[in-house]
Design a protein around this ligand. Sequence first.
Ligand SMILES: CNc1ncnc2c1ncn2[C@@H]1O[C@H](COP(=O)(O)OP(=O)(O)OP(=O)(O)O)[C@@H](O)[C@H]1O
Length: 201
Amino acid sequence: MSSVIPPGLDNRGVLSRFASGGDTKDWLPYTKIKLYTNAFIVKDNKVLLGFKKRGFGKGKYNGFGGKVDPGETSLQAAVRELQEESGVTAPLEHAGTLFFVSEGEDWAFEIEIYRADSYEGDITESDEMRPEWFSTVGVLDGDSQSSTIPFSKMWESDIVWFPYLISKRKFAGRADFTREGDEFRLHRWWYGTVSDSSSEQ
Ligand SMILES: CNc1ncnc2c1ncn2[C@@H]1O[C@H](COP(=O)(O)OP(=O)(O)OP(=O)(O)O)[C@@H](O)[C@H]1O
């Protein structure tokens, strides 16, 4: 287990590791960073996920999000993407950051993760996402494996940071994936809690 903070998580405030592992060889290289968002509604012990029907991550459950457009803040993009993909607007708050590098790509995803406890509007299926609620029971007791959240149909690293998202403990992490055909395999990861407000987005 390495306590050395990986490249890409600089300027994130003071990070305290809560999980790390995988291959201890070098982190994958990247030359560019693309900004993305990912937003979750957490309400009445349930979390709203979307089943991605097309594009990157097709066939997986995830929060609602996408690219940050030029001239937009990540918060503005998160609100827009949530609305476009699920039909609702929500008072999103920054919950964490995921730095994601994949073998075979020279760019990294910097994903700003947001959450809200409430929303307005009607949850609506879009061309991209089919929304569905899942119980969060179990996630906070360190028993994520037995929860009904479909972690086996999500990005492999999600189970590591989900308890932090649900319990509003700000986190930042990096997950590197290798490729086996169309499949992504978690290769190396490092996550920490953020204890410095200078990391606000
Ligand atoms: C370990 N890796 C990962 N873990 C968790 N979530 C991940 C992720 N890698 C990408 N994501 C999310 O997947 C969506 C892709 O968005 P994507 O559909 O490509 O973007 P956008 O809607 O702008 O595209 P189009 O407008 O269709 O071109 C976006 O929410 C992004 O945050």
